[in-house]
Design a protein around this ligand. Sequence first.
Ligand SMILES: [Zn+2]
Length: 97
Amino acid sequence: MPELLCEPLCQHCQQAPRRRPRGLCHGCHKDKEVRLLYPQRASKYNNRGVCPDFAGEAMLPPPAEATPGPAKFATLAARAAAGLALFHPRDRQPSLD
Ligand SMILES: [Zn+2]
């Protein structure tokens, strides 16, 4: 094992630098059974919004009458602040005229 290695080591074999997702080295990451031992963490890029849940598990707000524009943005901000889902399936849709 290299002693002056600055990179963190693979969390499975502790022998090679972790250069693959899940904190694994190339060799361990290639092995599907080893990969399954280490769940993949959510990407830091997936958690940037103000709403706590974009995956549809937050409570639905009442449908909004506001059309897309400043009033709809205010509605979305209020929903996010309240921890509700941002969109309701029956939100007023823009007219396609
Ligand atoms: Zn490894």
